[in-house]
Ligand binder design. Structure first.
Ligand code: NAP
Length: 422
């Protein structure tokens, strides 16, 4: 029986599914001791700080993560930062395999004038702000204007637009950060435009998300029937299944009678942003469209046009991803998830992705190293291990219980460490 040591860097979905794939590939001859390393004091990655709080069902995958973590050969080392507390090279020396699972945390930029103005921000800041990510709690989110524009036609843009256009009291029963609920309750925004640079048939939304929109209780959703009809015409009789499903869902939205709500979400297609207008702060977005230039006046612009990976010291990067071949980076270093393939797919996509990389790792294994592990390297005394995390988790759930929420999130690192008894 050989016991191989694997370090996984990043405690998001890709990291947990890599751990699960390792656990599933154990047999009479081979066991894995897994150490998961995370920069934040909390695990779960985008399931905690990315998934929209009004979509609690998507977060139920955290139960799977906790089952993976319950294995006696699994250890969590959260509040540990690569490049500060420990280096990739040190981990490579001690572990049989090191897996990068750090995702893509930086928002892509448009590269047009005005992006730097106050009131222009990326979904990569706005989303972690409303989800209580400690690094984004203090950012300025100006909601003192009547109109916001969200640029991009993917599910992140849709989450962002929905969060801005919901009646904020709907968030009271969610785990949205308290600071975000307070700010959203004071928001003057009543119109939210979500703009796609191409036609409806090319939108990256998925149809379950589109089908939810007509069910919003306090928000009108406006899509032009002519836009959808033109797209249906363009795709002809044999559109791809996903495209057809999206267009059916969009037609339903376009045909749904609007209520007398204060808040409205508008969809714009074939609007390519040319410039964010304003002197000191955002005043509008100038678009080029098939019928000429169009300006939408607004005080807030949020770009949701995809992500790229933030670099980790000692790991090669290119085009916003870790340089890799099928998940292999160099020597005993591997990569999974968005850091490997770019920011695409839903949480479950990481399962098959990680399983394929683990197959590769297993085929590369020699005899197990006996070079010690991370515990010999760490001088940081404030590591959040699985039991400290469980204390944080239970404290947040109990605090939420009293308020009818799934959890009341602690926000600052100090609050989180305190809940963890550290
Ligand atoms: P995405 O699905 O790749 O969508 C990005 C959007 O940005 C596309 O519509 C793209 O348009 C547009 N875009 C890119 N560059 C642009 C530019 N320069 N100007 C204007 N528009 C531009 O990315 P995402 O929304 O960040 O989502 C990432 C992944 O997470 C996706 O797989 C998504 O489905 C998933 N996700 C899922 C859920 C859920 O299941 N509920 C929620 C959130 C995210 P073009 O097509 O024209 O390039």
């Amino acid at each position: 029986m050989s016991l191989f040591k694997v370090a996984i860097i990043g405690a998001g979905p890709a990291g947990y599914f890599a751990a699960q794939a390792l656990q599933n590939s154990q047999n009479e001859d081979r066991l894995f001791a897994i150490d998961m390393i995370e920069r934040l004091p909390t695990p779960w990655g985008l399931v905690r700080s990315g998934v929209a709080p009004d979509h609690p069902k998507i977060k139920s995958v955290s139960k799977v993560f906790e089952k993976i973590a319950a294995d006696p050969n699994f250890r969590l080392f959260a509040n540990v930062e690569i490049g500060i507390d420990i280096s990739i090279a040190q981990l490579q020396e001690k572990y049989d395999a090191v897996i990068i699972a750090t995702g893509s945390s930086l928002g892509k930029t448009l590269g047009i004038p005005g992006e730097e103005l106050t009131g222009s921000m990326s979904a990569a800041e706005f989303v972690p702000w409303y989800n209580a990510h400690p690094d984004f709690a203090d950012i300025n989110v100006p909601l003192d204007c009547d109109t916001a524009v969200v640029i991009g036609a993917g599910n992140v843009a849709m989450d962002v637009a929905r969060m801005l256009a919901l009646e904020p009291s709907e968030l009271d029963v969610t785990d949205t950060a308290d600071h975000a609920i307070d700010t959203l309750k004071r928001s003057a925004i009543r119109d939210v435009y979500i703009s796609a640079r191409r036609g409806p048939e090319h939108a990256a939304f998925t149809s379950p998300e589109l089908r939810e929109l007509p069910k919003l209780e306090h928000t009108n959703v406006v899509m032009s029937k002519a836009d959808i009809a033109a797209a249906i015409e363009r795709v002809g009789d044999t559109p791809e299944k996903d495209v057809k499903s999206n267009l059916d869902a969009m037609l339903l939205i376009a045909e749904t009678e609007k209520g007398q709500h204060e808040r409205t979400m508008h969809f714009l297609f074939q609007h390519t942003p040319k410039e964010i207008l304003g002197t000191n702060r955002v005043e509008g977005v100038l678009y080029s469209t098939p019928s000429g230039d169009v300006t939408i006046k607004c005080g807030l612009v949020i770009t949701a046009i995809g992500y790229q990976a933030a670099s980790v010291d000692g790991v090669p990067y290119e085009n916003g991803k870790v340089v890799n071949t099928d998940g292999r980076v160099k020597e005993n270093l591997y990569v999974v998830g968005w850091a490997k393939r770019g920011p695409s797919g839903v949480i479950g996509t990481n399962k098959s992705d990680a399983a394929a990389v683990v197959e590769l790792i297993v085929s590369d294994l020699n005899s197990p190293k006996s070079a010690g592990d991370i515990s010999q390297l760490l001088t940081n005394q404030r590591v959040v291990d699985q039991s400290a995390w469980q204390k944080i988790n239970e404290a947040e759930i109990s605090a939420g219980d009293l308020l009818g929420k799934p959890r009341k999130k602690a926000v600052t690192r100090a609050q989180l460490m305190h809940l963890g008894g550290l």
